[in-house]
Design a protein around this ligand. Structure first.
Ligand SMILES: C[S@@+](CC[C@H](N)C(=O)[O-])C[C@H]1O[C@@H](n2cnc3c(N)ncnc32)[C@H](O)[C@@H]1O
Length: 381
């Protein structure tokens, strides 16, 4: 699989500002001696200013100020805790369950332009509370509940959208290919639909964090039964390891983690020492998405997601991978329309109106979630 992917991604890299320079054109720069040392977060901002001002035009200044401001969280209710009490407590804080509010509103207003099966196109049983637009209140830390598990999980509420889009059905066999630290794995389990869930991540240290999340939020009998399998393999090999196996696959890839890169020096992908790794991200993303699609049963669904605004890591990866699978494997993949998500959740999130494929939540001062890109695909053959 490596050769065609390399070719396809080389074309992507050519369009990036940091495309690899051919060996004969390279000259050595003595960074330490001649260049001032900028923090990685500043390099990230410079990079975003260059690329996103072109990609988003007039929208960039407002996205930029939002990315640099404090982000909002959502509280994902733990269905393994006393969820009705937890929900009541969150309501007392004047937070609202944005998922069920949106679905109930749609049911009351069928003329809203959403198709009849729109609500069924969401994974079920997810409850996530957020504060209203413009309300920048914070949730208190999660607490251990009466049933011995934590009551809710704090996460960027936009991170729930890829899980909602996966539209899990009871009895599904599910793969979470890049699962750590585990927010989306936990949400997948909350749906109650997973007959079997394989949670994988290459990083063993991040997998330790996922194990801690499972330990704190999921009862022992579920953790220790054979419903969940936790592995630490290279996700790029999944197509060869377990091809044509899963009903639903989540491919939440490593990316430039735009918000994190502007705020944290530690583990920042814009550190000079990680330049090569950053250059190779689209290649890795294509390989992971291709593996996720190969692991899916014909007829099954994949959701690809990133927390980056970059169309080189979003739409280009999706389109490049679909082309690759058609050319190299004669596998047909269809992008699913998620525009009803924009209507359903427009009160909570600010969506970019014109993605070529998939949907993008843009940070906005009134609703400072994201960025979160997600695209749903169906493997047809
Ligand atoms: C965006 S994070 C996943 C976040 C996670 N889905 C969540 O919601 O908590 C991307 C993850 O991909 C993992 N990763 C990087 N390369 C990988 C590979 N080749 N195979 C599997 N996982 C990989 C990283 O260790 C990282 O934890």
């Amino acid at each position: 699989m490596a050769a065609p992917i390399v070719k396809c991604v080389r074309q992507l890299l050519k369009q990036m500002d940091f495309a690899p320079v051919q060996r004969r054109h390279r000259h050595k720069k003595k960074w330490a001696a001649t260049e001032p040392k900028f923090p990685a977060s500043q390099l990230a901002l410079q990079n975003f200013d260059m690329t996103y001002s072109v990609q988003f035009g007039d929208l960039w200044p407002s996205i930029r100020v939002s990315l640099l401001s404090e982000q909002k969280y959502g509280a994902l209710v733990n269905n393994f805790a006393a969820w009705d009490h937890v929900s009541a407590k969150l309501e007392q804080l004047s937070a609202r369950d944005f998922v069920n509010d949106a679905i109930s509103r749609w049911k009351l207003e069928p003329e809203s332009g959403l198709s009849a099966n729109s609500s069924s196109a969401c994974s079920p049983n997810l409850r996530c509370f957020t504060f209203a637009r413009g309300d920048v209140s914070c949730f208190p830390s999660a607490r251990l509940g009466s049933l011995g598990v934590m009551d809710y999980y704090l996460m960027d509420a936009a991170s729930l959208l890829p899980v909602l889009a996966l539209d899990l059905q009871p009895g599904d066999v599910v793969l979470d290919l890049c699962a750590a630290p585990g927010g989306k794995t936990l949400a997948l389990l909350q749906t109650g639909c997973c007959r079997h869930l394989a949670a994988n991540d290459l990083s063993t240290s991040r997998m330790d964090r996922l194990q801690k999340v499972l330990h704190s939020y999921v009862p022992q009998e579920i953790r220790e039964g054979n419903r969940i399998r936790v592995t630490s393999w290279d996700g790029r090999k999944w197509g060869e390891l377990e091809g044509d196996t899963y009903d639903r696959v989540l491919v939440d890839v490593p990316c430039t983690t735009d918000r994190h890169s502007l705020h944290e020096e530690e583990n920042n992908i814009f550190q000079r020492s990680r330049k090569k790794e950053r250059q190779m991200l689209p290649m890795l993303q294509v390989q992971l998405l291709a593996a996720g699609l190969l692991a899916t049963k014909p007829g099954g669904y994949v959701v690809y997601s990133t927390c980056s605004l970059s169309h080189l890591q979003n739409e280009y990866v999706v389109q490049g991978t679909i082309e690759l699978l058609a050319n190299q494997y004669s596998i047909e993949v269809q992008v699913e329309d998620l525009s009803h998500f924009r209507k359903l959740f427009m009160d909570t999130f600010c969506f970019f109106p014109s993605c070529q494929v998939g949907e993008l939540v843009m940070p906005n001062l009134m609703a400072n979630f994201g960025p979160m890109y997600f695209c749903k695909m169906r493997r047809l053959t």
